[in-house]
Design a protein around this ligand. Structure first.
Ligand code: SAH
Length: 237
């Protein structure tokens, strides 16, 4: 819809390009992917605001800047197979699917995985697969990966993720250090793992085990005034 594309262009200009993310492919993907389809209908008018928004099940869609920053840090060239841990709404996965050859995205909350898959199917994105799976173990069936992006905060670097990364590949993951969360970019160099970059951030926690739909999960409601900025909110500094 016309008004959404205008809102998207403005979102990309003001929240991504003007704050220093300049990779043209990232900017183009974020202009093209209809972000409003990844948020609950009740909140679609707020889809382009500079904030995380609730998507149900206590989870959030990351704010546009976070998606732009994390995507640009992977420096994708187009030939890569990427693992995303934490599909959430599917929005970050949709952006990755525009920039990589293949995306495998895993989500531990099964009904969220189902919804993300439906949204991505509606958009006709065929190079992304969403699977209900605990990403702490990576996804061995599709390994190795050229790049891995974790969109939930871990207490430490999960060893499976490093072992499923190709030599030279990048792993982006927020890790809790004391009271702080730091977004790290690691590179695998042979049997070594080198930290390349870090920045302060805030994400929902990486938890283990797959969660099927249940009454308590289903009953969670989303209100229009919900900011998505509770402990599960995502405010990248
Ligand atoms: N990338 C998402 C936002 C991620 S929110 C988007 O674009 O909308 C983080 C997601 O990680 C949540 O949906 C949470 O359920 C999921 N998650 C947490 N721990 C996980 C794990 N071990 N494996 C897979 N997904 C996990």
């Amino acid at each position: 819809m016309f008004e959404y594309s205008v809102a998207r262009r403005r979102m990309v200009r003001e929240q991504i390009a003007e704050v220093g993310i300049t990779d043209p492919a990232v900017l183009k993907a974020m202009e093209e992917v209809p972000r409003h389809l990844f948020v609950p209908k009740l909140l679609s008018h707020r889809a382009h605001q500079p904030s995380a928004l609730p998507i149900g099940y206590g989870q959030t869609i990351s704010k546009p800047f976070t998606v732009g920053l994390m995507t640009s840090l992977l420096e994708l060239k187009g030939h890569e197979k990427v693992l995303e841990v934490g599909s959430g709404s599917g929005y970050q996965g949709a952006i990755l699917s525009h920039l990589a050859r293949e995306v495998v995205s895993v989500e531990r909350i099964a009904p969220l995985a189902d919804r993300a898959r439906e949204t991505l199917d509606t958009l006709g994105l065929r190079n992304i697969t969403v699977i209900a799976h605990d990403g702490i173990t990576g996804y061995a069936d599709h390994a190795p990966f050229d790049s891995i992006m974790v969109t939930a905060c871990a207490p430490h670097l999960p060893p499976h993720l490093i072992s499923q990364l190709k030599d030279g590949g990048h792993l982006l993951i927020p890790i809790t250090t004391g009271d702080e969360q730091i977004l790290y970019r690691y590179q695998r160099q042979g049997q070594e793992v080198v930290v390349e970059q870090s920045v302060s951030c805030r994400f929902v926690p990486l938890l283990d085990g797959v969660k099927e739909a249940d009454a308590q999960l289903e009953n969670e409601s989303i209100s229009e005034n919900d900011t998505g900025s509770g402990p599960e909110g995502d405010h990248l500094a």
